[in-house]
Design a protein around this ligand. Structure first.
Ligand code: ARG
Length: 284
């Protein structure tokens, strides 16, 4: 044995960005006026203008990286509509809408359904079970990783498999701070050699074993990375957008050849959201 630690098998792979199509919603009416996750405290003041500036920076970053970004009209009275990832799962032209657990967010689903219809998406199914879309679904290009435990109903996983025609792997979330899958895991690279980053403590023991089996070389985040919502990242296969505080995770990704862009998302985090929550990907 030499003194050099074993490096992950994919360390020397050349990172290849692919162009993405995103849907976002400006946080025009963003506030924290109810609490449906442990991050939300309605007594804490929120600066909506600052949230808008942080969101704009995120959108501008995607555009600068060459991605296509569509936006949907924000609606008064729907302060969480900025979290577009929760309103649809789109894979190869098929759209599965959403059905929110909290009554405060229920009306968002219909606004997004109409957006899809107006844009000519014919292959659209609305779920019958609680389904918070990309909040709990992560597409690897081969399988749909699906979270449950706090929001999305486990029965929605089977519904997603049927509607989208892709294999679904169910994962159990066990820590209320990581109430959506996308607060604890994200996809770095899509395709047959898909790679992910995740925070193991957010998952049940069985789900941790599933993830270790499927992704033996995954990037493992620690508590410091997770607790700034560092796992709420967005990767195009080369560039990875992260909350700026996730410095340990950023270092690990840079060691593997990714280019990390750290952004300030402090206002959006007051609602329990980060870059990924604000970004629905329309997967080609
Ligand atoms: N306040 C929102 C909620 O609790 C935040 C949603 C964040 N979105 C996400 N994809 N994790 O529903």
């Amino acid at each position: 044995m030499t003194a050099t630690a074993a490096r992950p098998a994919d360390t020397l792979v050349a990172r290849q960005a692919t162009t993405r199509h995103f849907l976002m919603c400006p946080p025009e009416y963003f506030t924290v006026e109810y609490a449906i996750n442990p991050w939300m405290n309605p007594d804490q003041p929120v600066d909506t203008a600052l949230a808008m500036a942080q969101w704009q920076e995120l959108k501008d970053t995607y555009v600068r990286l060459g991605h296509a970004v569509d936006t949907i009209e924000p609606q008064p009275g729907l302060p969480d509509m900025v979290f577009a990832a929760n309103s649809g799962t789109v894979i190869e032209g098929r759209v599965l809408g959403s059905k929110f657990r909290a009554p405060e967010r229920a009306a968002e689903a219909e606004h997004f359904r109409r957006w899809f219809v107006t844009r000519g998406h014919r292959d659209l199914v609305m779920p019958t079970r609680i389904n918070e879309a990309e909040g709990d679904f992560a597409w690897t290009g081969e399988v749909l990783l699906a979270g449950t435990g706090f929001r999305t109903d486990p029965a929605a996983h089977a519904e997603a498999q049927e509607a989208l025609g892709v294999p679904v792997v169910s994962l159990n979330l066990v820590d209320a701070r990581y109430y959506h899958l996308d607060t604890a895991l994200f996809v770095l690279d899509k395709g047959p050699n898909a790679q992910i980053a995740y925070y193991p403590d957010a998952f049940s023991a069985g789900s941790r074993r599933v993830l270790a089996r499927m992704f033996p070389d995954a990037v493992i985040a620690d508590e410091a990375d997770a607790s700034c919502l560092g796992l709420n990242g967005v990767s195009d296969g080369h560039h990875v957008v992260l909350p700026a505080e996730a410095t340990g995770l950023a270092k690990q990704l840079e060691d593997r050849g990714y280019e990390v862009i750290g952004l300030d998302i402090s206002e959006l985090r007051k609602s329990g959201g980060g870059p990924k929550c604000c970004t629905m990907e329309l997967h080609a």
